[in-house]
Design a protein around this ligand. Structure first.
Ligand SMILES: C[S@@+](CC[C@H](N)C(=O)[O-])C[C@H]1O[C@@H](n2cnc3c(N)ncnc32)[C@H](O)[C@@H]1O
Length: 276
């Protein structure tokens, strides 16, 4: 039982349980990523999707550092950041995601990445200079334990990136077509900073705004990139029609441009002004 006047840990658990797209069961979540790895890599997994988040993390790294990327996925942080550090440990529960990460690493001649297929927070890893968890804590009902373990393996800086609950222009349309909004609806970054605060740790919170650009020859191609996995073709066609007002003509097709904010929670191990 928390003695904190505000229980961010309990509020996070309640929020995660309410999420429409929750995959709290580890086997169900692994099965999802097994099926979705290639599609994730195309839709969201490229470093180009998060240039400002990448710049923020890169700015915290030095050439002799070791970096641990928890929930590394297909490597959109691991791969570009590997060039800034001595070595990276890419930890993920999903073999499919790590397979793709490894394929991309070898394609680009990156050789300083170690693969660890394991489940957080039960994984056994040694401390690293910098630890990153980007959009990978959604399954942690006990966020206090997950963060405590991240802190325990952080020698210098911990960075957690997550949604802030902002609404892109296509949200109302997607709710009409697919029901509940499956992205972060809540300021996850505040719960995370609050949960650290409950452990006596003061973290910085920064908002990072990325410009997302989805391009396609037709509105249908853009709708297909945005629609949930396995959306029937006729639904994509109808969605494309309704999405059209949000698209702008561009070169040989169209572009949908919108702002997507992320929250960065940054904790420095040497911060002398911890809460208590
Ligand atoms: C949304 S993807 C984010 C991947 C990457 N960090 C990025 O920003 O592109 C979430 C990743 O976290 C991994 N993940 C989720 N929960 C995990 C856990 N408890 N232990 C290890 N990996 C986990 C998933 O397998 C998936 O690859």
């Amino acid at each position: 039982m928390s003695t904190s006047p505000i229980d961010f840990v309990a509020a996070w658990a309640a929020a995660m349980r309410r999420r429409p797209s929750k995959r709290l069961d580890p086997a169900e979540d692994r099965a999802f990523w097994q099926q979705y790895a290639a599609e994730y890599d195309v839709r969201a997994g490229s470093a180009g999707a998060v240039p400002r988040c990448l710049a923020l993390v890169a700015g915290l790294l030095g050439p002799d550092d070791t970096l641990l990327d928890v929930g590394a996925g297909t490597g959109r942080f691991t791969l570009p950041l590997a060039r800034h550090v001595r070595s990276v440990t890419a930890l993920d529960q999903s073999a499919a995601m790590l397979d793709m990460l490894e394929r991309k690493a070898s394609l680009h001649g990156i050789t300083n990445i170690r693969r660890v297929e394991a489940d957080w927070p039960n994984a056994s890893v040694e401390p690293h200079d910098v630890v990153l968890a980007a959009w990978s804590l959604y399954r942690q009902l006990d966020i206090g334990a997950a963060l405590a373990r991240l802190v325990a393996v952080t020698r210098r800086t911990l960075v957690v990136l997550d949604g802030v609950g902002n609404d892109p222009p296509h949200r109302p349309l997607f709710e009409r077509y697919f029901g509940a909004w499956s992205e972060s609806e809540l300021p996850n970054h505040l719960y995370l900073a609050g949960a650290l605060w409950q452990q006596g740790l003061l973290a910085e919170v920064r908002i990072v705004t990325e410009t997302r650009i989805i391009a396609g020859e037709t509105a249908h191609a853009i709708a297909g990139q945005l629609a949930p996995l396995n959306t029937p073709p006729e639904v994509v066609t109808a969605l494309a029609y309704d999405l059209a007002p949000l698209l702008a003509p561009h070169e040989d097709g169209y572009r949908y441009v919108y702002q997507q904010a992320a929250g960065a929670v940054i904790w420095h191990a040497d911060c002398e002004t911890q809460r208590r």
